[in-house]
Write a protein that binds this ligand. Sequence first.
Ligand code: GLY
Ligand code: MN
Ligand code: MN
Length: 434
Amino acid sequence: MTPTEFKRRRNQLMKMVGKGNIAILSSASEQTRNRDVDYIFRQDSDFLYLTGFNEPDAVLVLIPGRKHGEYILFCREKDPEQETWHGRRAGQQGAIEDFAADDSFPIDDIDDILPGMLEGRQKVFHFMGRYADFDQQLMVWVNQIKARSRSGAHVPYEYVSLDHLLHDMRLYKSRSEISLMKKAAKISVAAHKRAMQQCKPGKYEYSIEAEYNHEFCLNNAQHAYPPIVGSGENGCILHYTENSDQLKDGDLLLIDAGCEVQGYASDITRTFPVNGHFSPAQRELYELVLQAQKAAINKVKPGNHWNDPHNAAVRVITKGLIELKLLKGTLAKLIKDQAYKRFYMHRTGHWLGLDVHDVGDYKLGEQWRVLEPGMVLTVEPGLYIPANSKGVNRKWWGIGIRIEDDVLVTVKGHEVLSAGLPSSVDEVEALMAG
Ligand code: GLY
Ligand code: MN
Ligand code: MN
């Protein structure tokens, strides 16, 4: 991502914030894992989107039209001893030279400086409710100005959530964002292929997970979310992450895993037979999910609305469940009653970007959002039939299937970013055999 792109984003946001107003965003902070060990740091996606700055304890201030600089970055000071222990810091000079800030101050001085920047502004744009400590601190700064109101200090009087403005920008991916998402998808595709090739009865879910760690790490990519590696009945637990069971001959293995590259996520699921061959029952359900996914992907094009792919998937799945005698009744009524939800209880997708469940409104007012070029979404229908399901033929018990791909809306229709990964029964079996 070039400095120009970050600048373009800040300028676009500042235009919406408007002169006389101020936007303030906090970075993420380090989180304790246990005792004195922290989780690996992950920057707040909005902060990353506007700055590219990957350190904790930073605050971004945007003041459109300010003569002495519109873009101010508070961050940690350089500190040779701390840096020896915990890693390099940009410091104020780095914030200006490498991250194009107009001005930068030590984060420890923010209480002295920020009230002066807030004073006299009308509206304050920020992410209310995201970081409780930061919300509270903002009120402390505002109250400091209030305390001086009798000597003429003007206190901001309108507080506006940044969500809508910034998240609408993030929904439309630029050329360079799309190229990072393609890169993420490509690495995840390679990892899924490795997993299919390495899979065999007797191994463990975690040893297949290791294939993803290997491929992601080798490419300087990180998991975009905890990987789900669920064999047999575990595939019916939507957010299964224990990944601890042994792989049994005759079971399916559902893997939902994707990496992020420079913060941009991929999110891919494949379900394949542990022994390399789908049983007749597994195959029937698998083909149905695949058919639903194809119908849904075909609905991804400009002018269609957000819910069109979901409606298409629901229709195919319900029809298939009637044919397989898993549901009884007429198609229209079963869809209306959402009878499919017993076996297909989630939606067909979500926006994808810097967050795996990315930001952006799904409805504008009462209307589903219309798809436009540059939007990226997942298409991920599934079927889940837990063991001991009442009134369900035993042959379906313990089968959990999801097929998930990442799809970019283009001017002409769509592009499947994860298209390099086989999904048909024949292709999957061939890859596993090879
Ligand atoms: N990996 C999370 C999801 O598919 O939504
Ligand atoms: Mn997923
Ligand atoms: Mn997903």
